[in-house]
Design a protein. Structure first.
Length: 94
């Protein structure tokens, strides 16, 4: 299993709800995507990010297919202008 995790900070805090909805549209649309979880921060501490995305794939090749999938690219094109900052962690679960 290959896990792709992304943390987001938005230019406008209110965009995070729309971002969550748009990301969740990929479920059942991107064939290599095995699971998707989108969480909105509820604490708001100085260490908090606004949102987290956790996606799982059979392997890295599945992740690479997702990266160029048209459904993902549509969401990404909406996200880029509203994201102030992001960070990612990608790892394999054996």
């Amino acid at each position: 299993m290959f896990v792709h995790t992304v943390f987001f900070k938005f230019t406008d805090f209110h965009d995070r709800t729309e971002a969550k909805s748009r990301l969740e549209t990929m479920k059942g649309t991107v064939s290599s995507l095995r699971s998707i979880e989108v969480g909105l921060d509820r604490v708001g501490s100085s260490r908090s990010w606004d949102m987290v995305l956790i996606t799982r794939f059979d392997d890295r090749a599945g992740y690479e297919a997702y990266a160029v999938d048209p459904a993902h690219l549509v969401v990404l094109s909406w996200l880029k202008p509203v994201v102030a900052e992001s960070a990612t962690v990608d790892y394999s679960q054996e």
